[in-house]
Design a protein around this ligand. Structure first.
Ligand code: PGA
Length: 258
């Protein structure tokens, strides 16, 4: 465990087992508190988690009909019906299959006329919902969480951000592989918005995440590695597969499964 904080690191043999275990845990938390407020992430990593969660719903082993959701980020210039939007990604991978009613879904509107007001509206909506109970995060290979990219300074609140070329490249798949079609800006929850969640689960799998995961867990807390700020939170768990956990020291692992 990190000397600064309370990072729990759970390591599963592979990404499938990790996603299945996390889906079951979320289903249990939702059974206990049906109108739980979930913070959600896009990206390739959580697709398997959303699939497992939807599977539990279809088998009658989870009920997400009362859950309220807030996603981390959205592209500027796209409204939620655009096929490349994160709102549509979530509709495809979770909201549709898991039967989450539209009125329980909160999303940043990248096509809002006034983007600053939109960021303020989102912060207020999170507060009105009583705050985020469980925030699911992914991690970029450069250590970003949401669109909080490594920098000299990080933004605390929900804000507008220019996307790095590497980030636009990794999102090209949502735009038929056409990198030029990826919007140049996004709206993102800020670091304080994320850290105000009551509990946080970061899911990272695969060998491309070895270095950022090791730095986030056992490196210094620095704006150059935004995920390292999670060390300062009281209730964070990193759910990893063996591939992503390769450089996490045994002394940092709370649990290894399988
Ligand atoms: P990935 O993205 O799951 O596609 O690796 C993670 C992220 O950038 O947050």
């Amino acid at each position: 465990m990190s000397p600064q904080g309370h990072l729990h690191v759970t390591v599963f043999p592979n990404d499938r087992v990790a996603a299945r275990a996390l889906a079951r845990r979320l289903a249990d938390a939702i059974a206990e508190q049906p109108s739980l407020v979930l913070g959600l992430a896009t990206g390739r990593t959580p697709i398997r988690l959303y699939h497992e969660l939807s599977h539990l719903v279809s088998r009658g082993q989870a009920d997400l009909s009362q859950v309220r959701t807030f996603n981390l980020d959205e592209f500027v210039g796209l409204d939620g019906s655009h096929p490349g939007s994160y709102r549509q990604f979530m509709q495809t991978h979770l909201f549709g299959p898991a039967g989450i009613p539209a009125e329980h879904i909160h999303f940043l509107n990248g096509a809002a006329a006034n983007l600053e007001e939109e960021c303020d509206r989102y912060e207020a909506a999170i507060a009105d919902a009583g705050g985020i109970d469980i925030q699911i995060l992914g991690i970029g290979t450069n250590g970003h969480i949401g669109f909080n990219e490594p920098a000299r300074e990080l933004c605390a609140r929900t804000h507008r951000v220019a996307l790095k070329a590497s980030t636009r490249h990794s999102n090209a798949g949502l735009f038929g592989g056409d990198e030029a079609a990826v919007p140049k800006e996004a709206l993102s929850m800020g670091m304080a918005t994320i850290l105000r969640a009551k509990s946080i689960v970061l899911l990272a799998t695969g060998k491309s995440k070895v270095s950022c995961v090791a730095q986030a867990v056992q490196g210094p807390v620095t704006t150059r590695m935004p995920a390292s700020f999670l060390q300062l939170h009281r209730d964070v768990e990193l759910v990893l597969d063996e591939a992503a956990a390769k450089d996490v020291r045994d002394s940092e692992r709370s649990q290894s499964i399988g």
